[in-house]
Design a protein around this ligand. Structure first.
Ligand SMILES: [Zn+2]
Length: 224
């Protein structure tokens, strides 16, 4: 086989891997949403299916990823949360170990939302390094290498969830409410493909939120 042909095939494989990786990065978060939130296949099934279908036999499916971290290896002490945990719940490290400024903003916003009949839930907040590592290892099994997975799924060292500086919220109504009003409290979405993921931006009440990254792969903080 000529070098040109090999290079061409290599390029195609790389492009395929990137596409798969981007889908799986989305699916990992989506699987959390399914597990915690009870969102049905109609919401995220297409993402999971797309990951399984495009992996070309090179890895597992997002469905099995979800099952593997949910099989008891992590628990509430790692930040795992059951359904229906509100921002005011003091019983779970996933909530209480959020960075204090973020948690205060989240609870202030939660009070305001509550006045309008909307309950802001936390589907995933602080995560232990072990919990994040588990998510990453699930991705490794899909991508085939740690190096490739690390390009798309945050490591325990870089994840804003591990440092307590990111929160995933529910329900859809709460997401919509925060997308509209969160900036007043310093709460901003980070990624266009993750409407549930919010971080604290101190300038947001005055300046508005920073521009969204299309997905986590564009976030320079995750490159390290
Ligand atoms: Zn998140």
């Amino acid at each position: 086989m000529s070098r040109t042909v090999q290079a061409s095939i290599g390029h195609r494989r790389a492009a395929g891997a990137r596409r798969t990786a981007a889908l799986v990065a989305t699916a990992v978060c989506a699987v959390v949403a399914v597990a915690v939130f009870g969102w049905g296949p109609s919401v995220v099934g297409s993402v999971v299916d797309a990951v399984g279908g495009s992996s070309g036999g090179s890895g597992g499916s997002a469905g099995s990823d979800g099952a593997s971290w949910a099989d008891g290896a992590v628990d509430a002490s790692d930040g795992e949360l059951p359904d229906g945990v509100s921002v005011f719940d003091d019983g779970y490290p996933g909530v209480t170990r959020l960075e204090p400024t973020l948690l205060a903003a989240l609870r202030a916003a939660g009070s305001a939302a509550s006045d309008e009949g909307i309950e802001v839930l936390v589907t995933s907040g602080w995560r232990s390094p072990e919990y994040q590592e588990r998510l990453l290892q699930d991705a490794v099994s899909t991508y085939g290498s740690e190096e490739e997975a690390a390009r798309w799924v945050a490591t325990a060292e870089t994840s804003a969830h591990v440092s307590g500086e990111a929160v995933d919220v529910g329900s859809w109504d709460a997401m919509d409410w925060l997308a509209e009003h969160g900036a007043e409290f310093g709460l901003c979405r980070t990624y266009a493909n993750e409407p549930w993921h919010f971080e604290f931006q101190p300038d947001a009440p005055d300046m508005g939120c920073a521009e969204l990254y299309a997905d986590p792969t564009e976030d320079p903080r995750l490159q390290g």
